[in-house]
Design a binder for this molecule. Structure first.
Ligand SMILES: Nc1ncnc2c1ncn2[C@@H]1O[C@H](COP(=O)(O)OP(=O)(O)OP(=O)(O)O)[C@@H](O)[C@H]1O
Ligand SMILES: [Mg+2]
Length: 316
């Protein structure tokens, strides 16, 4: 349904996305995950026809987003990062206007506007001015305009940003519902969001896709990696980190507010060596336990390793 090949975008000399290729099939919810500035919004803007790519191509249901943008756009619902709402309209007028722009006709249109407003639980605010809405309410109105014309493909740029926890849950539920009959591409930096909603995750970093897999497979990458939380008395986290950093089998030691975190991917359990070192220093071992690694950790590994390597290269 969404097909992207070698998509590249330059802003002046700066390459924001670099030969991206991916696809999303009908009925799939694909998560587009990446840190700030990774290129998520840039990619989505190209897919929705807001700007052309510098190189490469993208199609929606077989229509080129640039060369057949009209046909492509008809099939897309888009929730942009900042929803350009017309503040002088009421909620109802705005969604009706967006539906009209998408070629929907009355009398069915009016009925459909009521229906989508009901779906995002904004029907009771139908006559409120958009300027009077809270951020979360605006986000829901944005979602209503994205689905009003029943598009095959939904492109949602951080749909739950700025919502309170209850609304986050509701919007996720809504995305899951609409995702059953449509293709959804959803960007976020919230890991739990993609693991709950998506069948496939694309991790993007600095304009490139660094991983693509199901949430379960990405999580299983972590098997064989241990993370330990260590709390020590009579020493600062920094002192502890310095003392245990050299122990064999330890990949990384990160000082935290309370103690240190140790990452190890070796077969040998570094726990006894850590406690021996602490005892030898006459410090007090308060706690040492293993912490479950999450999707969050893989994400951080995938999106921070690269910069660390670069720094190391510069040192060398
Ligand atoms: N109009 C623009 N002109 C110049 N550079 C831009 C423009 N828009 C985005 N960029 C740059 O392109 C890169 C990718 O930006 P983009 O907005 O696509 O990231 P993102 O993944 O959506 O980030 P976020 O999670 O913060 O929304 C960033 O380095 C950004 O500064
Ligand atoms: Mg963005």
């Amino acid at each position: 349904m969404i097909q992207v090949e070698g998509l590249t975008k330059y802003y002046g000399p700066f390459k924001a996305i670099d030969s991206l290729s991916f696809h999303a099939d009908a009925g799939e919810i694909v998560g587009f995950l990446g840190p700030n500035g990774a290129g998520k919004t840039t990619t989505m803007r190209i897919l929705t026809g807001y700007m052309p790519p510098s190189e490469g191509r993208a199609t929606i249901a077989g229509f080129d987003v640039f060369e057949q943008s009209l046909q492509a756009r008809e099939r897309i619902g888009y929730l942009p990062e900042t929803v350009p709402l017309y503040k002088e309209l009421t909620v109802w007028q705005y969604v009706d206007y967006m539906a009209a722009l998408r070629g929907m006709r009355n009398p069915n249109r009016a009925e459909r506007v009521d229906e989508v407003l009901d779906r995002v639980e904004m029907l009771d605010r139908a006559d409120s001015m958009i300027s009077s809405l809270s951020k979360g309410m605006r986000q829901r109105v944005g979602l209503a305009q994205a689905i009003v014309h029943r598009p095959d493909v939904l492109i949602l740029d951080e749909p739950t940003i700025g919502l309170d926890p209850r609304q986050v849950r509701e919007v996720r539920e809504l995305v899951r519902e609409v995702g059953q009959e449509r293709t959804v591409l959803l960007s976020t930096h919230i890991l739990s969001e993609v693991s709950q909603l998506c069948s496939r995750i694309l991790i993007i970093n600095k304009g490139q896709i660094v991983a693509e897999d199901s949430p379960a497979t990405l999580a299983s990458r972590l098997q064989g990696t241990t993370r330990l939380s260590v709390r020590v008395g009579k020493a600062t986290p920094k002192e502890v980190a310095k003392a245990i950093r050299g122990i064999e089998g330890i990949d990384e030691v990160i000082p935290t507010d309370e103690g240190v975190e140790v990452i190890s991917s070796s077969q040998a359990d570094p726990r006894s060596a850590i406690s021996a070192t602490i005892v030898q220093k006459s410090w007090e071992l308060l706690e040492i336990h293993s912490v479950d690694m999450s999707l969050e950790d893989i994400f951080l590994q995938l999106t921070t390793d690269e910069t660390m390597d670069e720094e190391e290269d510069q040192d060398a």
